[in-house]
Write a protein that binds this ligand. Structure first.
Ligand SMILES: Cc1ncc(C[n+]2csc(CCOP(=O)(O)OP(=O)(O)O)c2C)c(N)n1
Ligand SMILES: [Mg+2]
Length: 353
């Protein structure tokens, strides 16, 4: 039986302690910043895109960029990512075109990708159902004696789901190289984290699975990087899974269909915004003398230009053929499909597809 120390409750921090992280030189620090700026730009532009009625619903991740960039940079390209809708743009950090993610939110088939091309699984909307998938993939890596690990993102609310338990337990029993990365933004739509668990902290769940747990300031990109690297090193050296609880605060609505004024403390939101993760890291880099005005403008312009190009590309993509509605469901489609497709084309006046 595993002897596991209780999960740590104190948040690990780097930026507020003005420490430096071993192994991160000037270039790596700036790459992390570039990734955060790209994610922030993607998020802010997507919200505008939604307001213009060009995508349907959208789940913002404003102030989650430190968790996302810090964790991805701590991994190797061969390691797998399993995002939830909150990490919809995580593939950008692996070279996935932003237009593809915009298409995904438009429900367009051009928003699909082959997970094996980027080692990024498809975006999971049902809460927690991707945790067993990630556990299975990680276990497979172990069985094949491959060095890679998997990281699965899920929220505080997901820890109340059966699928989370099944995946975490399977990974622990099989000692699969998995990082269970909990984005604890303290809300599951309108349900506060205090209603998800009676434990003092979500990281306490790790003890029950017999795996180590780390608790980190989710708004501190360097602390997230350091904790994820520790978990990845353990996974690769045969030490099994780690539960990482990254604590932040959701300062944006849950999604574009949500109005949090009905349930959130708006003063707390304003306070948390003052300490949002991108500004915090920018100030740290400026203190270190790694970032100045000119470079900052260059990085932000580059991200804005990438998004302009992505939106232009997304706009020119033709609508999919309606035949797609009938494809890929059956190996041997029923004969009635032909007639139904013809009927649909007639209803649509032959204008589509
Ligand atoms: C299985 C399932 N149940 C319910 C929902 C509806 N739902 C969508 S988001 C959400 C809250 C999830 O909160 P959390 O896990 O904390 O993630 P966050 O959105 O805060 O990143 C719920 C209940 C769903 N998508 N899937
Ligand atoms: Mg949450």
């Amino acid at each position: 039986m595993a002897q596991v120390a209780p999960g740590e409750h104190e948040l690990r921090r780097v930026i507020d302690e003005d420490r430096e992280v071993e192994g991160l030189g000037e270039q790596e620090l700036l790459e992390l910043y570039r990734s955060m700026v790209l994610l922030r730009t993607y998020d802010e532009r997507s919200l505008v895109y939604h307001r213009q009625g060009r995508i349907g619903t959208y789940a913002m991740f404003w102030n989650h960029e430190a968790m996302q960039a810090g964790s991805v940079h701590a991994l190797e390209d061969g390691d797998w990512l399993f995002p939830s809708y909150r990490e919809s743009a995580i593939g950008l950090l692996r070279g996935l075109p932003p237009a593809t993610v915009l298409h995904w939110w438009r429900g367009h088939p051009a928003g699909w990708w082959n997970p094996a091309d980027y080692n990024v699984a498809s975006i999971c909307v049902p809460i927690g159902t991707h945790v067993p998938h990630a556990a299975g993939l990680a276990w497979g890596k172990k069985l094949k004696h491959e060095q890679a690990c998997a990281l699965v993102y899920f929220g505080d609310g997901a820890t109340s789901e059966g699928a989370f338990h099944e995946g975490a337990n399977l990974a622990a029993v099989m000692q699969a190289p998995l990082i269970l990365f909990c984005n604890n933004n303290q809300w599951a739509i309108s349900t506060p984290v205090s209603a998800q668990t009676h434990a003092e902290a979500l990281v306490d769940k790790a003890v029950g699975y017999g795996i180590p747990g780390l608790r980190v300031d989710g708004g501190d990109v360097l602390a997230v990087y350091e904790a994820t690297r520790e978990a990845a090193d353990r996974a690769r050296s045969g030490g099994g899974p780690t539960f990482v609880e990254a604590v932040s605060y959701r300062v944006a609505p849950h999604g574009t269909a949500d109005d949090p004024r009905a349930y959130i403390d708006l003063e707390r939101v304003e306070r948390e915004k003052q300490n949002e993760c991108l500004g915090r890291y920018e100030r740290y880099l400026r203190r270190l003398g790694v970032l100045g005005d000119e470079l900052d403008t260059e990085i932000k312009d580059e991200a804005a230009e990438a998004m302009r190009r992505a939106i232009a590309a997304a706009e020119t993509e033709p609508d999919p053929d309606v035949a797609l509605l009938f494809e890929r469901a059956y190996a041997n489609p029923p004969k009635s499909f032909q007639a139904e497709l013809a009927e649909l084309r007639a209803i649509l006046g032959g204008s589509v597809g």
